[in-house]
Structures are given as structure tokens and as C-alpha cells.
Ligand binder design. Sequence first.
Ligand SMILES: Cc1cc2nc3c(=O)[nH]c(=O)nc-3n(C[C@H](O)[C@H](O)[C@H](O)COP(=O)(O)OP(=O)(O)OC[C@H]3O[C@@H](n4cnc5c(N)ncnc54)[C@H](O)[C@@H]3O)c2cc1C
Length: 237
Amino acid sequence: MWGSDNGSVLIAVAPLVEDKRFRAIRDPNVHDAVTRTIAPFRPWLDVLQPTSGVYVMGGLHNTLRRLVVDGAPVATGLAAVGDSVCTTNPTFGRGLALALQGAVDLVAALAESDGLKLALRLDGDVRAHIEPYYRDQARNDSDRLAGLRHNLTGGRPARIQPAEHWTNFAEIRAAMPFDPQVFRAFWRVMNMLCPPEEVYRDAEVVRLTRAALASSNGTTSTPQPERADIEAALGLG
Ligand SMILES: Cc1cc2nc3c(=O)[nH]c(=O)nc-3n(C[C@H](O)[C@H](O)[C@H](O)COP(=O)(O)OP(=O)(O)OC[C@H]3O[C@@H](n4cnc5c(N)ncnc54)[C@H](O)[C@@H]3O)c2cc1C
């Protein structure tokens, strides 16, 4: 549930595309029933007025396009920014920041005198300023999808074990409600204030994250619905 402009909120349910049970959610009544299985949302649903139907959105991919391959530009005189360079999971809301970063880099790079140098410099900027967030998001989404698929079909184990001296996005997200320093570290990554790996490798962040996870003992900040409640809301069984 995302707060938006003009006194509105957006509610999105994001199931696995192969989980056909969720197709019923296109019906607004089913959508509301499923959303109501999450306890903190219920009081909001009591007061919110729908302003639209339920829309389906798919085909979301993390993408990165580089215009330099093996050190050589594949096109000169073409300066790409925004979604034409990189798209990331829109639920993390980074598209505009990544596009603005590309625009700022382009303005600075226009001082370069020839097309070859411009292409190489812009590609260096993409590697330094865009690619770390693309890679982190692609890794996070891949782990998250593996977790969802594991829940659905019993495939690959849900949790990818992080390295001893490194934490990762999943861990700091789980730990951040329980420790103020991890909370700040999480938002430094989310708001692109420093490259993700700088936070994940920070020994103090790793220590505090693991301590918070150990003491929270699997508690999540949002109460999770039972599978049976969701299936009932979807009109199954
Ligand atoms: C559902 C959704 C939610 C999102 N939420 C967020 C969010 O909360 N926060 C955030 O930061 N980002 C969000 N994003 C991402 C963000 O919208 C994009 O990253 C951003 O708009 C990219 O800007 P852009 O200028 O590269 O491309 P666009 O905004 O797509 O602009 C490209 C423009 O080019 C035009 N165009 C295309 N082809 C041609 C042509 N042949 N001739 C002329 N014009 C053409 C298009 O009509 C369009 O106006 C979201 C994206 C989606 C899909």
C-alpha cells in the first residue's frame, strides 16, 4: 500500500505469474477480500473509497543496456538515459532517481570533445552509478522469486544464506524494524545514498543486523495472513 498524490493510495497485490489461483483477484471484491487478510490494512479499507477498477500489470523486468561492449562503443552520437538504460522493479520506486542520475551524468559528460570519448565516459558513469543498483535489484528479485516459488511448489530452498561477513538486502529489510542503525542503513540503500555493497560489507551493520535477527526470533513487522485465509478470500476450496 503506497501513499500517493492528491489524498490517494495505491494498493497492489503482486503474486507469482504462475500462481493461477490469483487470477480471481481481477474482481474488485476478491481484491478487497484478499487485502483484508492483512490485519493492518483492514482499518484503511474501511475508510478508503475506490477510485478505479483493478488493473493488471505484468512483464516487469530488471534490465540494463550498455552501449559499450568489450571496451568499444557500439554506437557513437547516441546518449541514452532513463529507462532506455536501466529499468528496475517499480515497487522499489527508483526509476526517476536512476533517470535523473543519467541526466546529471550526461550534462557533465557533454564537455567531452568527441563522440568516442563521450560514449566511453557515459558508459563508465553507467557502470559506477546505475549498474550497482541494477545488480542488487536483480539479485534481490531472484532470491524473492525463489522464495515465492518454494512456498508454491517446494522448489529451491527459500532463503539464500548470506556470507558470514556480508549481509544482504533481505536481511537488513527483516532486521530494520528492530534496530535504529540498521533502519538507517536500509534507507541508505533504498534511497541510493551509497552503493548497496558498501552497506552490506559494513562490519557494524552486519553485526547489528545479525543481532537484531537473532533477538527478533523470526517476528515480522507486519502480521502475515494464514494461507487458508487467503485461499478463502480467493474463493478457493
Ligand atoms: C507502474 C509503474 C510505477 C512506477 N513507480 C515509480 C515510482 O514510484 N518512483 C519512481 O521513481 N519510478 C517509478 N516508475 C519508473 C518511472 O516511471 C520510469 O523509470 C521513468 O518514467 C523513466 O523515464 P524515461 O524518461 O526514461 O521514460 P518515460 O517516462 O517512459 O518517457 C519516454 C517518453 O518517450 C515517449 N516515446 C516513446 N517512443 C517515442 C517515439 N518513437 N517518438 C516520440 N516519443 C516517444 C513516450 O511516450 C514517453 O513519454 C514506475 C514505473 C511503472 C511502470
